[in-house]
Design a protein around this ligand. Structure first.
Ligand code: CUK
Ligand code: CUA
Ligand code: CA
Length: 642
């Protein structure tokens, strides 16, 4: 291989190009707040940006040889594609996509009866929704780390939360949350707030970014003062909505504490603005805390109302109803202008809010928040133990488990590494505390980032992935739509080192990086898991009940158990297919010509489809998944009699 073909992952970025991007972003996004003089913050305590050219490559530590397994799973939200992508890290190889909210032709998601039942259908059996926008993926916890059982992801467009089983990497439940719009942040709890022996996830907290009239039935549409947003709690097992809290302002991202007692959301629109200028008119917005035990007691005590058709209890979390700390369900902690991101440090002590329109990071001490709820603090502002300058456009924060935080700077196209305890010292007045440890340029305009195991008490400080929203000229051009650029940074040393990058289809937002031995995926299904399984080829056949016809088929390479089956025009046909092959990786497909049907069955799996036989004639059904030397010959025929 000529050296010309070697990817130059350690090339210092073209400074002119970076300047251009920053300028463009500043004009388009930040111009208003830059000119509004909101960047005039103290410069002390910040070390100078390190020279990107000083960083070499990470010595190939990110390279994973052919046939070798990655050491981490990355679970990436897919964005518009409504799915969750599974990446191996540190290689960055995409291993799998889990279809969730949107149809997927490979597995027949949105085509099979089983998947439609999970996705939700209208009365005529067609899918209720066809689009989604996934942003945030988080796993279930036990003892402060991932237990490998579930992951959840949100759909911002149609306000749905989905659960995925991590033994089969499949979505198994989807819940639509009532009376909200712009469903954005999610986070599972990590422990029960009252019964501390429940040391695992039992709830998932969900924030609504947009406010609307409650119920949203046509009244008060022109009056934004009558708009409200709700913060919701979903049961991790049943996936039913347990309760909601009516709040002032809006919710953006969501975080939960390691002791289970607190959840929080950052708020960028405490103004209740409709246009962006209104949403950025106040100097401070808030990080809003929820006292989970008190909220659940209020629900038990019947102190709630309902909105519209929803049966979900809604408690009052607005500031007016929560003035006395000793009974308050919520605490509004003022933080600088339009914050984005709220993240829990792995030592369990702090939540970090990134400033977005303020160049600062805010550290909130959770023990002080609990003290405020106990009535032991004079002023809610005392829970803020640091507010320090980080750079322009801070969005999201990850941790290395060694006391350092890593925050994306969207406008600076950088990641800044900073030390939490030094930031607290600096804020307290120790101007010698150099809290900024390092900076690294990324390509370009990063949104989310996450470090290996960062959202657990086992944060291991090895790898940092950065989701760069713009890739510009980093990859072969493919037309106007650019991929996003996922960059991988080695954070094992003092200096951050850019190790590799790979394009991803737009547009993931958040992701988690999980040690591979925490997940125990299965390789083959069990026939007994499927109540409708056709367990023996002898059970195959056509079963008629009026004009409803059930066709039972089994597959075993290289044949289906029926070489043909007969139905009549006008029949409602249900095909049930069980794959009797037991061999790992031996998947078959079932596609029906001209009937718009295709799905796969994995070893020992059963799936079904239902459709109307509308067109008479012979229709070949073929195996659409390469399975055998005689894969092309693996076929059946559907005879539709006129
Ligand atoms: S949001 Cu996209 S970069 Cu939806 Cu998590 Cu911050
Ligand atoms: Cu069975 Cu291809
Ligand atoms: Ca604001």
């Amino acid at each position: 291989m000529s050296s010309d073909n070697t990817p130059k992952i350690d090339t210092p970025p073209d400074l002119e190009r970076r300047k251009f991007l920053n300028t463009a972003a500043a004009v388009g996004v930040a111009g208003t707040f830059l000119s509004a003089g909101l960047v005039g913050c103290k410069k002390e305590g910040a070390s100078t940006a390190s020279d990107a050219s000083a960083h070499g490559a990470a010595g190939g530590a990110h390279e994973v040889a052919p046939g070798t397994l990655d050491s981490y799973y990355g679970l990436w939200s897919g964005g518009h594609t409504g799915d969750v992508r599974v990446l191996g890290l540190p290689s960055g190889r995409e291993i799998h996509r889990i279809p969730v909210f949107n149809p997927d032709a490979l597995v027949g998601w949105g085509i099979t009866n089983e998947s439609k039942a999970i996705m939700g259908t209208k009365a005529d059996g067609s899918l209720k929704y066809h689009v989604a926008d996934t942003h945030h993926v988080h796993g279930s916890y036990k003892d402060g780390t991932y237990d490998g059982k579930y992951a959840w992801v949100n759909d911002k467009i149609n306000c749905r939360i989905a659960r995925m089983r991590l033994d089969t990497f499949e979505c198994d439940k989807i819940t639509e949350i009532p009376n909200i719009q712009g469903f954005h942040g999610i986070f599972p709890d990590k422990r029960d707030p009252v019964d501390q022996s429940i040391n695992y996830t039992t709830r998932v907290f969900c924030g609504a970014e947009f406010a609307a009239p409650l119920p949203n039935d046509g009244h008060d549409m022109e009056n934004p003062e009558k708009y409200h947003a709700l913060f919701s709690c979903v049961d991790a097992e049943t996936m039913e909505v347990r309760w909601q809290v009516e709040i002032h302002g809006n919710c953006d991202l969501t975080a939960s504490s390691y002791d289970g007692k607190l959840a929080a959301t950052n708020q960028y629109n405490t103004e209740g603005g409709i246009k962006y200028v209104d949403m950025m008119s106040a100097e401070k917005d808030a990080c809003l805390f929820f006292n989970i035990a008190r909220i659940e007691q209020a629900v038990k005590d019947g102190k709630f109302k309902h909105y519209g058709d929803s049966k979900v209890p809604v408690v009052d979390g607005t500031p007016d109803a929560n003035k006395d700390p000793k009974t308050a369900l919520t605490a509004y902690v003022p933080v600088p202008k339009n914050p984005h991101g709220v993240n829990a440090s792995p030592d369990g002590k702090y939540f970090i809010c990134a400033g977005k329109l303020s160049p600062t990071g805010t550290i909130i001490d959770l023990s002080l928040v609990l003290k405020w709820f106990d009535g032991e603090l004079k002023n809610i502002n005392e829970v803020v133990v640091a507010e320090v300058e980080l750079g322009l456009g801070p969005l999201h924060t990850a941790f290395d488990g060694r006391g350092n935080a890593y925050t994306t700077l969207f406008l600076d196209s950088q990641v800044v590494k900073w030390n939490l305890e030094d930031a607290i010292k600096f804020y307290k007045g120790d101007k010698n505390a150099k809290y900024v440890v390092d900076r690294i340029d990324v390509q370009y305009q990063p949104g989310h980032l996450n470090a290996s195991m960062s959202e657990t008490m086992q944060a291991d400080g090895k790898w940092l992935a950065v989701g760069c929203k713009f890739s510009k000229d980093r990859f072969l051009p493919v037309g106007p739509l650019h991929p996003e650029n996922e960059q991988l940074i080695d954070i094992s040393g003092d200096k951050m080192v850019l190790a590799s990058e790979h394009p991803v289809r737009p547009e993931p937002h958040d992701f988690i990086i999980v040690k591979r031995d925490l997940l125990k995926p299965r390789q083959v299904y069990n026939l007994d898991e499927f109540p409708n399984a056709v367990k023996d080829p002898k059970d195959a056949g056509v079963f008629r009940n009026g004009n409803k016809v059930t066709v039972k088929i089994t597959s075993m390479a290289p044949a289906f158990s029926l070489s043909d089956f007969k139905v009549k025009v006008g029949d409602e046909v249900t095909i049930i297919l069980t794959n009797l092959d037991k061999v790992e990786d031996l998947t078959h497909g079932f596609a029906i010509e001209k009937y718009n049907i295709n799905f796969i069955v994995n070893p020992q799996e059963t799936k079904s489809v239902t459709f109307k036989a509308e067109k008479p004639g012979v229709y070949w059904c073929y195996c659409s998944h390469f399975c055998h030397a005689l894969h092309l010959e693996m076929r059946s025929r559907m005879f539709v009699e006129a």
